[in-house]
Design a protein around this ligand. Structure first.
Ligand SMILES: [Zn+2]
Length: 743
């Protein structure tokens, strides 16, 4: 880990670290500003990358660390008579998949199971379909994941074990919404203690599988709502105490299943379905410590207005909790969305972008289709898309495998806030924190910042030392210990940007009379949250400041939809002009034009810079797209970080950037979202963008041998002047990876 003080010294100690922006970059600025990026790039400073990690001998690592491609034909009850096993195995093998999922299941047996209530599929006819598929995969040197689904079972199991079912408040059984012959099993019941281990034991005794996996459990982005005899004794759902009980149960079962998996082979393990990105169900800090495989079941954009970066956001979550251990993101080759077609291929450009994001986010691509009617699917268009993509990745595994992110901004994702905080009283909405996250994410992308996510339970100094700044986007729930860790980060020279109700609740969702970080942020609460009735509030410019760069000809800029009123501060930069009616226009003027209520509070403490917005600015930006809010967020991010960049990526277009240390050197990934379909539906086609200039400052003594573009499959010229590396990516279609090899 980089020592923070050394880090600051290299970046701030002398003027020598301040680099003039080249004429070529200046020429690109107007376009960047037009695209919504904050203007005035002259202060940008490159800071040196941290010293490189010690090399790892790949042979010393667990086998799953070498997996780079995962394949799954998700088997249906009909597949034992529909699927051509040889064709199935050939497809995945020729594509380059190193491991395939084969269904054991739990809802239906794909082999002649003797476990009671493990009902054979109706087309199985006593055949060992699971065993034949496993043998076909093994013959081709592919590993096998034994896939189980413990979430549903049939009426005979319910009749014999009524205690296995999830129940509504009135005591009635919860059935599958789509097929009411199946009931939902309760994860606190003995179904999980008896039935699931029986499947693991049976499969282990009959076959040589490499790992066990449960689909359908634990829940991805929400918590169960069950009122069975056991669950009725638990704390109420969606409370912090329930979440702890839920986590204890998840970890109890996970470790038990893992121990069972290891009984036959110590390198075998158990893993479960995960995902939900920042709103994951199980506590991701605890889970990251035990999981050998993070299965991000984040298969595609689900709703019509989903943003394109749903997969790369998941990658940042995985990176925050897995510490370099294996993570794969599932790409649905079939049609995800507001209307689903499980057996129809999705737009190829959309499927490819999801796999691009998988790689850019540091995860392993995993391609997935459901059912194999007529041999390997009635619709086979997905097959070439996947095999072409996999075969391309196979040529570049060394550069696509990541070691660690080199980002210098940490975004704290408060998983408990994401799951449990209901939003302010004025806006009770499950989507509240989703919108907050998206607003900040969008602003970080448009400013081309290099950032990581950081889990709220991982704020220890060694982990935070690499960050110039931490961002707390309405992290409402913070424990005293977490507040203390954030104070320590600032004490050691780090900067901070926080907003709205950050720290106004403790870890049990009890509200505090005063902000948990009031002393650090220099703020004091003056009342309860004020929402909007008509016009939202404005922020009056009281004095010039770098966070206001680019605002001319106005005394007011938009505030946010909701705010926590603060007591006055010295030398406020922005003050609140309270909201007023929107209609009728006769009354649309401020009853009070000037107040001493701050709309932002800024502090400088030695090398640390601190910004607090009492409004929900990130979410309001997401809801409106208002360029003033984007400019304010971008300027503030640049001010708190002193515009220190670990990678400077300049050029036109709306892109997402990732920068990784790799075994051969470094990799800078550029995802091109300059596309009319970036925020709605699926990508229809790519819209290429022009030159992107990359500059970074290498650690002392590191020499660059080559810079290759993995998508264009060409080398580029580079300039290595002292520690500064500079090169130009001539253009980006949907995605490019600049792979830097060092000596
Ligand atoms: Zn229950």
């Amino acid at each position: 880990m980089l020592n923070r003080r050394a880090f600051l010294k290299t970046s701030l100690g002398t003027g020598a670290a301040v680099l003039p922006v080249s004429a070529a970059l200046n020429a690109l600025q107007p376009a960047a500003i037009a695209a919504g990026q904050p203007g005035g790039a002259s202060a940008l400073q490159l800071v040196a990358l941290p010293s490189r990690l010690a090399p790892i001998d790949p042979a010393s690592e667990p086998w799953q660390q070498r997996i780079r491609r995962v394949g799954q034909t998700n088997m249906t009850e009909h597949d034992p008579v529909a699927m051509n096993i040889e064709e199935w195995a050939d497809y995945w093998h020729n594509a380059g998949a190193q491991i395939v999922f084969v269904s054991v299941t739990g809802i239906l047996a794909f082999y002649p199971s003797k476990v009671k209530f493990h009902q054979w599929g109706k087309f199985l006819n006593g055949r060992d379909f699971f065993g034949e598929c496993t043998a076909a995969a093994k013959k081709r040197n592919m590993r096998v994941v034994a896939r189980m689904s413990p979430d549903l079972n049939w009426g005979d199991a319910l009749a014999a074990h009524p205690e296995w079912a999830m129940r509504y408040k009135d005591g009635s059984v919860q059935f599958s919404a789509e097929d009411p012959r199946l009931f939902k099993t309760c994860m606190f019941s003995t179904y999980m203690d008896d039935y699931v281990p029986a499947l693991i034991r049976e499969v282990s005794s009959l076959y040589n599988v490499d790992c066990f996996y449960t689909n359908g459990w634990p829940p991805l982005g929400s918590l169960p709502d069950c009122h069975c005899a056991i669950c009725s004794k638990l704390p109420p759902a969606d409370t912090p105490t329930y979440w702890r009980a839920f986590n204890d149960r998840v970890f109890q079962l996970w470790t038990r299943y893992d121990a069972l998996a290891k009984e036959k082979r110590p390198d075998c393990f158990f893993f479960a379905n995960l995902g939900g990105n920042v709103r994951g169900g199980p506590n991701l800090d605890r889970l990251g410590k035990i999981a050998a495989w993070f299965q991000a079941d984040n298969q595609g954009r689900s709703y019509g207005n989903d943003q394109v970066w749903g997969c790369s956001l998941q990658g940042r979550v995985c990176n925050a909790i897995m510490d370099g251990k294996f993570a794969a993101n599932v790409t649905a080759a079939y049609s995800t969305g507001a209307v689903s077609w499980r057996n129809a291929s999705k737009n190829p450009d959309e499927a490819r972008m999801w796999m691009n994001e998988t790689l850019a986010g540091g995860m392993v691509p995993y391609y997935h289709f459901v059912g194999a009617e007529d041999g390997l699917g009635e619709d086979r268009r997905w097959q070439k898309v996947g095999s072409d993509y996999f075969q391309w990745t196979a040529k570049h595994d060394a550069h696509l495998a990541v070691r660690r992110s080199i980002a210098n901004i940490g975004v704290v994702f408060g998983q408990s806030t994401q799951l449990l905080y209901p939003g302010p009283a004025a806006v009770r909405s499950r989507a509240y924190m989703h919108e907050t996250t998206q607003g900040l994410y969008d602003a970080l992308l448009r400013g081309r910042f290099a950032f990581d996510f950081v889990h709220e339970d991982r704020l220890e100094p060694e982990r935070l030392a690499k960050y110039r700044a931490l961002i707390l986007p309405n992290v409402a729930m913070l424990s005293d210990a977490q507040c203390h860790q954030i104070r320590a980060f600032v004490d050691s020279g780090g900067s901070l940007m926080a907003s709205f109700e950050t720290g106004l609740y403790d870890e049990n969702l009890n509200s505090r009379a005063e902000f948990g970080l009031a002393d650090l942020l220099g703020i004091s609460k003056a009342g309860d949250v004020i929402g909007t009735n008509g016009n939202a509030y404005y922020a009056r410019i009281e004095r010039q400041h770098p966070i206001l760069d680019g605002f001319h000809d106005t005394n007011w800029i938009p505030g946010a939809q909701n705010r926590v009123p603060l007591k006055p501060v010295q030398e406020a930069v922005l003050s609140v002009v309270p909201g007023f009616v929107r209609y009728p226009p006769e009354l649309a003027y401020p009853p009070i034009s000037h107040t001493d209520e701050p709309a932002v509070v800024l502090r400088e403490l030695g090398p640390s810079r601190i910004a607090f917005f009492p409004g929900d600015v990130e979410r309001t930006y997401w809801l409106t797209g208002h360029g003033d809010l984007l400019r304010l967020l971008g300027n503030t991010l640049r001010w708190i970080t002193r515009d220190e960049r670990i990678v400077d990526l300049s050029g036109e277009g709306f892109v997402e950037m990732f920068a990784w240390e790799t075994a051969p050197g470094y990799a800078v990934h550029v995802l091109n979202y300059t596309n009319p379909d970036a925020q709605h539906g699926w990508i229809q086609t790519t819209h290429p963008i022009g030159p992107q200039v990359v500059r970074m400052k290498l650690p002392a003594g590191v020499r660059v041998k080559s810079v290759e573009l993995l998508r264009a499959e060409s080398s580029v010229m580079f300039n290595a002047d002292g520690q500064i590396l500079e090169f130009t990516i001539p253009g980006v279609e949907d995605y490019e990876v600049a792979a830097i090899t060092i000596s």
